[in-house]
Design a protein around this ligand. Structure first.
Ligand code: NAD
Ligand code: DAU
Length: 363
């Protein structure tokens, strides 16, 4: 029986991690434990995204620790200080375009960082006789990009062969293999989830949906890569996180679960949907926004199509998506319309002042 009392969340100040922590502490009635959020606060991590959580749960059920997952002495000390029994590992360099321009950080954090966490978990999670505890779990958050690129038909299943094609996806594939290796070699209790494209509040505006929303509001060009016909499968971030909670509770040790929206869109068609929503909410003329669409040079190695078969997590764990694409896009546009200060601060790194004020002893 898993303990799920003291959860170490890595990368909890990023997009999916901060939504996970909020949902766990505010909406998940069958979670009564503590969350320890370890985040290095790269350009993508903003602790201010959790200021409401800090006020309500700080130093009782929520603890923020500023640091790097590659820092072995620090991570070991946190395992002991908080008696960690579960790891939910979100921390990563996550943007494909950045991995093309500068792959090294992806290898360091995604590969070496994951290795460091796994190695510490296997050393610390031992009974006095040397056997592995059975009330612990290392859950690794991964991506559908490890499976490569699909043609017009077919779906990624959990047995699809890995075929990563960018430095980002190959670093994630490497980390997935390390997680599996620690299960098979050392008996570390692990689960892995491979999810499709997430969208929702608090996403750094370099990713397609927030970038396009903000460019529309600011009257900037909307850069579409290549012919705009690449396909992604979109999932609202809270639905991803409810699947992660289902896996933490009932996922089988050593198992991999695909998570997806069953919601495929060509980029250009998605952009037209977004334009209609933004135009309706702001009164900006839709035709005028459409005029700013600019086809630009394609991303090198641009995967053509992702599509997820998520029947395992649905059938075995009873999970399903709960937010329709229309409702999710509306919520997302509303959030960016009313959080321009958050946007300004994360873009400029201004939030670091907030960190200094609130965490001066650790920065
Ligand atoms: P993000 O870039 O928004 O956030 C990453 C977080 O990790 C940031 O808070 C950052 O400060 C932190 N971080 C980075 N390097 C660190 C290090 N060395 N030590 C400690 N913290 C560090 O990413 P995201 O979009 O929230 O993605 C989270 C996870 O989900 C990643 O593992 C990603 O591969 C995976 N994923 C993302 C998507 C998506 O659509 N965004 C889909 C599937 C899987
Ligand atoms: O599939 C899961 C993955 O989804 C995650 O593992 C990654 O962390 C996450 O970043 C995301 O990767 P993508 O490369 O699919 O997301 P991105 O938002 O960068 O791009 C989505 C699509 O839009 C892709 O086909 C590229 C295209 N695009 C993107 C940007 C930023 C554009 O046409 N123009 C743009 O300006």
């Amino acid at each position: 029986m898993r303990s799920l009392k003291n959860i170490l969340v890595t990368g909890g100040c990023g997009f999916i991690g901060c939504n996970f922590i909020r949902v766990m502490l505010k909406k998940t009635s069958d979670f009564t434990g503590r969350i320890i959020n370890l985040d290095a606060l790269t350009y993508a991590g903003n602790p201010e995204s959790l200021s409401d959580i800090e006020s309500e749960f700080g130093n009782t059920r929520y603890f923020f620790e500023h640091g790097d997952i590659c820092d072995r002495p620090l991570v070991e000390s946190l395992f002991r200080k908080y008696n960690i029994d579960t790891v939910v590992h979100f921390a990563a360099e996550s943007h494909v375009d950045r991995s093309i321009h500068g792959p090294e950080a992806f290898i360091v954090t995604n590969v070496m960082g994951t290795f460091t966490l796994l190695d510490i978990a296997r050393n610390i999670w031992k009974n006095s006789g040397g056997t592995m505890r059975d009330d612990v779990l290392f859950h690794h958050i991964s991506t559908d990009e490890v499976y490569g690129s699909l043609g017009e038909s077919g779906y990624f299943t959990e047995t699809t062969a890995y075929d990563p094609r960018s430095p980002y996806s190959s670093s994630k594939a490497s980390s997935d293999h390390l997680v599996s290796a620690y299960y098979h070699t050392y008996g570390l209790p692990v689960t892995i989830s491979n999810c499709s494209n997430n969208y929702g509040p608090y996403q750094f505006p370099e990713k397609l949906i927030p970038l396009m929303i903000l460019n529309m509001l600011e009257g900037k060009p909307l850069p579409v890569y290549g012919d705009g016909k690449n396909i992604r499968d979109w999932l609202y971030v809270e639905d991803h996180n409810s699947a992660v909670w289902a896996i933490l509770k009932n996922g089988r040790n050593g198992e991999r679960y695909n998570i997806g929206g069953e919601n495929e869109w060509e980029n250009i068609a998605l952009l037209y949907e977004l334009i209609a929503i933004v135009s309706k909410k702001t009164g900006i003329d839709a035709e005028k926004i459409r005029g700013t669409i600019t086809f630009v040079r394609d991303r090198p190695g641009h995967d053509r199509r992702y599509a997820i078969d998520c029947s395992r997590v649905k059938c075995d764990l009873g999970w399903k998506q709960s937010v329709s694409f229309e409702a999710g896009l509306n919520k997302t546009v509303d959030w960016y319309l009313s959080n321009s200060e958050w946007v300004d601060r994360i873009r400029s790194g201004e939030y670091k002042k907030w960190v200094e004020k609130n965490y001066s002893q650790r920065v």
